[in-house]
Design a binder for this molecule. Structure first.
Ligand code: PEP
Length: 252
């Protein structure tokens, strides 16, 4: 099955309002007309509306980097999925390794967040991936199995159609150590197989699975040519329009 590519920049807690708007505009201006590759940016919360305005009328999709699982309430400092949607987001990233490991977000909490986003019809990029120690202990598949089983628990195949999985080996994020194409393809094939086992072959064949972890212009094409790699979630290289656009255009 041919699936469109999806390249998303994760700006993390970087940019100012002005630099975010300039970056978003430069990304939009650099896209090739008629390309089937989808492009998104996951921006810091305070800049969402400014970036949404900056790219209005262009194909650039704007997303949030996290959300709370409740609709509203006394949760100081938190943002609901509905608020992200209201601000103009067309997706939210859930379960990034910096949330899992820096903020202690576990599988059950992430499952609640995922369901909260889907409940307001906000598509999700759901991140999974193993730590270096887990890979070295040959636990990669067991970790992915656990993260997918618990993370996607209770979803229907119809809901899964609004979920993208991002495979991000934690040891490759922000380290400059990219997974080999063989390592990445093997993990992606495992993820697609696991999703097929839960949701059926048809749902799995349509599922977009992004790779994330030190993707740069010079390694993007080889990764994107793997049969089960449908795009990239890009951190560091997404903070400059030139390096991000080089990844967007890496697939031709
Ligand atoms: C990320 O933040 O999701 C990421 C993959 O970062 P980097 O590209 O910098 O490794």
């Amino acid at each position: 099955m041919s699936r469109p590519k999806l390249i998303v920049g994760n700006w993390k807690m970087f940019t100012t309002r002005q630099s975010a708007v300039e970056l978003a505009k430069a990304v939009a201006a650099g896209l090739k007309p008629g390309s089937t590759t989808r492009v998104g940016v996951a921006v810091p919360g305070p800049w969402i509306t400014s970036v949404v305005e900056a790219v209005a009328g262009t194909p650039v999709e704007v997303g949030g980097q996290n959300c709370h699982f409740e609709k509203e309430g006394a949760f100081t400092g938190e943002t609901s999925a509905g608020m992200l949607k209201d601000a103009g987001c067309s997706f939210v990233v859930i379960g990034h390794s910096e949330r899992r490991h820096g903020f202690g977000e576990g599988d059950e909490l992430l499952n609640k967040k995922l369901k909260a986003a889907l409940a307001v019809d906000l598509p999700v990029i759901f991140c999974v991936g193993e730590l270096l120690a887990e890979r070295e202990a040959t636990q990669t598949e067991a970790v992915l199995d656990r993260q997918l089983t618990h993370g996607l628990a209770g979803l229907t195949a119809e809901q899964l159609a609004r979920v993208v999985i991002a495979y991000e080996p934690v040891w490759a994020i922000g380290t400059g150590k990219v997974a080999t194409t063989e390592q990445a393809q093997a993990a992606h094939a495992f993820i697609r197989g696991k999703v097929a086992a839960i949701f059926g072959e048809n749902a799995a064949a349509k599922l977009l699975i992004q790779y994330g972890g030190s993707v740069k212009a010079d390694n993007a094409a080889a990764l994107l040519h793997q049969p089960d790699i449908d795009g990239a979630l890009v951190g560091g290289a997404s903070l400059k329009a030139d390096s991000f656009l080089a990844i967007v255009h890496a697939d031709g």
